[in-house]
Design a protein around this ligand. Structure first.
Ligand code: COA
Length: 272
């Protein structure tokens, strides 16, 4: 499944998607947007994949949009510029956000500008303490365009969003954890191991229940109360059909039979 700019490794239900332009700090050029769109489409329907991890090769997660191949080289090609911008916006702000499987950003190094939207759209994010984040747009006389301002509005506290967007100051993984941009920061040497442990834990949960967890949370965020409550009832019915009622038969049934205590943990659904 590897492409020119992306490598994919699938092990034990976890797909690791690696941005693979290390010499360019994994800056997102037009080819990378095409490749990742294709990879996400294929993994979506691959039953061997239960959880996605997105990360970067070398010392960068992603240095954001490719300033040369996108902003510079396409400046006189408005149609191509628009085509790539649409692709870039779609996979980062919509495809990842509503992906039917859990997604985790593993920020191993440089993470600038447009890469903030990848981190924000993933369900979970872990960073190396040593990682370097930055909204560098203001430093090149720009502002967080594309999907980035909306990502800031979604996840950042207003003071943090405007402080980092207006100063362009870089910050590290520990600060990203403090302001809630990532769940947790680990020393770089432990990042992959710790992220894999969490991914494996989630991969052991029921995949339909995971999808419903995302759908119920993400869509109800944008709905008025009555619509959200109604939507969630419909989602429960959808889950029941897709699982063949497993949550009530096994999940609830086994608890009622005294076989386990869900409050203390679940059973590995991959073994069923
Ligand atoms: N777009 C295009 N090319 C990029 C890039 C980007 N966003 N970020 C890095 N690169 C390229 C560099 O031009 C350089 O290419 P070269 O070897 O052909 O000269 C290569 O990647 C390595 O980068 P370099 O600057 O030498 O590495 P560094 O470790 O000294 O600095 C960064 C790394 C990320 C701090 C620095 O490259 C940088 O500031 N990049 C721009 C980040 C940015 O503003 N992103 C926002 C985009 S919306």
């Amino acid at each position: 499944m590897d492409t020119e700019t992306i490598k994919v490794a699938i092990n034990d239900g976890i797909a690791k998607i690696l941005f693979n332009r290390p010499k360019k700090k994994n800056a997102m050029n037009p080819q990378l947007h095409r490749d990742i769109t294709d990879v996400l489409e294929r993994l979506r329907y691959d039953d061997a994949v239960r959880v996605l991890i997105v990360t970067g090769a070398g010392d960068a997660f992603s240095a954001g949009m490719d300033l040369k191949e996108f902003f510079h080289d396409l400046k006189d090609q408005p149609k191509e510029y628009d085509r790539i911008l649409r692709l870039a916006t779609e996979w980062r702000s919509r495809t990842l956000r509503y992906y039917p499987k859990p997604t985790i950003a593993m920020v191993n190094g440089f993470c600038f500008g447009g890469a903030f939207s990848i981190v924000e759209s993933c369900d979970l994010a872990f960073a190396a303490r040593e990682a370097k984040f930055g909204l560098s747009e203001i430093n090149f006389k720009g502002f967080p365009g594309g999907s980035v301002s909306k990502s800031l509005a979604n996840l950042f506290r207003p003071r943090d969003a405007l402080f980092y967007a207006m100063t362009g100051r870089p910050f590290d993984g520990a600060e990203a954890e403090r302001i809630g941009f990532v769940n947790k920061a680990f020393p770089l040497a432990e990042l992959e191991h710790e992220t894999m442990k969490i991914a494996a834990e989630i991969a052991g949960k029921d995949p339909v229940a995971l999808q419903m967890t995302k759908d119920a949370y993400r869509h109800s965020l944008e709905m008025p109360l009555d619509a959200a409550l109604n939507f969630i009832v419909a989602k429960e019915a959808e889950m029941t059909i897709k699982q063949g009622d497993a949550w009530r038969r096994e999940g609830i049934g086994d608890f009622v039979a005294g076989e386990y205590k869900p409050g203390l943990g679940g059973r590995d659904s991959t073994r069923r």
